[in-house]
Write a protein that binds this ligand. Structure first.
Ligand code: ADP
Length: 487
């Protein structure tokens, strides 16, 4: 090697190693000594693999004989320091007979770059981790949105629908896939033209009626509007949550209707009591007979008021959400004995016979005794009240093994119920016109019966034709009320 070339060879910032055909170092430049931190003696004859930690070619000769024209480029680690790294190129040497005579390894320190590469790897790992986190958060977000019972509508700046959940389908009655990408005014025009949207009342809700396309019914929906704010505080999209409050609204309407009915029902006897009392006080000249007549009316009207208040209390107790069953096991036979005794006077007065048929060995009932008592009392009482004199009322019961239920049948020979009225008799305050003036009642008895049956998860049916008597059939499942419902 001439001098200037040796000078260059020794001063260039690249380590050169000349290897023999057995991968051993036979020549090297000065920088190589510094780079591998080895003395001349130690570096000479070292195998190349002893310098690098992960050089994947075990035998260079074999490799180059197979890949003659290839230059090997690798970035192995350095055994002397794990954190350092080198970029190496290995060029094969072939003699004039084309036999493999060794190789030249040029090696550049890339520790700085390695740092950068590591940083890059870290950044990439961080990026992958973050992306996975975002994907997980997004999945969670979708999962939450999908599983809330309220309908969710995500709108872009122009009120196009960009996201919906499946609960929305129940409210609007349209396949959610069909809604995606459509403008709000297409399927939700009532919402689009509402004050809420027009005036952009963010963080507020409005009750809007929309049409359920599948059921072809109107639904009362509470729509809440909120902006979707980005992390930078920009408001891009709008979220609407739709809560179906049709049932709540119906209940609310029913309550209002009920209060107005109650007031009306209470006012009638009160007005009568007041009217006759005033007359009695003002007209001292009334005869004893007239006075008695008026006092009887006052007495009857007070009874009616008492009945009304008692029935109202029973009904509100049964229908209240805090109502608790008092479940016990009791015999039907003894309960009916008690019932018959209570009815005795009324039965005698109308010369009626109450026949009770209970099969021997019927199992005891597991239910709320007071409630079942009231249920049967109301049904038998109606039969007595409405039935002509000197007829028979038949009460029978069986235990149906098939569905573990008690079937009670109360059959009378009374006036019967018209087809039109059969639908209404269980409504609160409903009374058949013909009987209103002659037979005392509140129109609440059958509502109470129905509530008791429902609380016991049973059923009630009526079979009747006008003038042909009526048969009420009640099914009460044996002990169907779980502990949970009791407490
Ligand atoms: P009420 O206090 O007026 O008896 P109910 O709710 O018990 O109120 O009954 C509602 C209406 O149903 C009654 O006004 C009556 O006309 C009719 N009804 C109830 N039971 C019978 C029956 N066994 N036969 C015919 N009509 C009946």
């Amino acid at each position: 090697m001439n001098l200037s070339l040796k000078f260059l060879f020794d001063n260039i910032d690249v380590s050169f190693l000349v290897l023999d055909p057995y991968d051993r170092i036979i020549k090297f430049n000065q920088i190589a000594q510094k780079y591998f931190l080895l003395s001349k003696k130690d570096l000479r004859h070292k195998k190349i693999h002893e310098l690098f930690s992960n050089l994947d070619i075990e035998n260079l000769k074999d490799f180059f004989l197979k890949n003659r024209l290839k230059i090997v480029k690798r970035t192995p680690g350095l055994r002397r320091n794990e954190k350092t790294g080198a970029s190496i190129s290995i060029v094969p040497l072939f003699d004039e007979k084309n036999a493999y005579s060794g190789s030249i390894v040029s090696c550049t320190d890339i520790s700085d770059k390695l740092e950068l590469i590591n940083q890059g790897t870290k950044a990439r790992e961080e990026f992958i981790k973050r992306t996975a986190q975002i994907a997980e958060e997004r999945d969670k977000f979708y999962l939450v949105i999908e599983n809330i019972s309220d309908g969710v509508l995500l709108l872009d700046y122009d009120y196009n629908i960009i996201l919906v959940n499946s609960s929305l389908e129940k409210i609007i009655g349209i396949d959610t896939k069909k809604l995606m990408g459509t403008h709000l005014k297409i399927y939700f025009k009532e919402i689009y033209y509402s004050e809420l949207i027009r005036k952009k009342y963010y963080f507020q809700s409005e009750i809007i009626e929309i049409t359920n396309q599948k059921e072809k019914s109107r639904k009362a929906v509470s729509v809440y509007m909120a902006p979707l704010i980005t992390q930078r505080g920009e408001s891009m999209n709008t979220v609407l949550t739709l809560r179906d409050i049709t049932r709540e609204k119906q209940i609310d309407d029913m309550k209002t209707q009920f209060v107005s009915n109650v007031s009306h029902e209470l006012r009638t006897p009160l007005a009568s009591i007041k009217g006759f009392t005033v007359t009695l006080l003002a007209r001292k000249e009334l005869s004893e007979q007239q006075k008695n007549k008026f006092l009887t009316i006052i007495n009857n009207e007070s009874d009616r008021l008492t009945r009304l208040v008692e029935d109202l209390l029973s009904l509100s107790r049964i229908e209240s959400s805090s109502f608790r069953f008092q479940i016990s096991e009791f015999s039907l036979v003894s309960m009916l004995e008690e019932l018959k005794q209570e009815m005795e006077k009324l039965l005698m007065k109308k010369k009626l016979r109450l026949d009770i048929i209970i099969p021997a060995g019927i199992p005891p009932l597991i239910a709320d005794r007071d409630m079942i008592f009231q249920l049967l009392l109301n049904l038998i009482n109606n039969a007595i009240k409405l039935t002509k004199e000197s007829t028979v009322i038949l009460f029978s019961t069986i235990f149906r093994k098939k569905d573990k239920s008690f079937i009670f049948t109360i059959k009378d020979q009374g006036p019967g119920i018209s087809r039109e009225n059969i639908e209404k008799i269980f409504d609160k305050f409903f009374r058949v016109e013909d009987s209103v003036h002659i037979i005392p009642g509140t129109g609440l008895g059958l509502s109470i019966v129905k509530s008791i049956v429902e609380k016991h998860r049973g059923e009630i049916n009526v079979r009747s034709r006008l003038g042909k008597g009526a048969t009420f059939i009640v099914r009460i499942p044996q002990g169907r009320i779980s502990e949970e419902e009791e407490t």
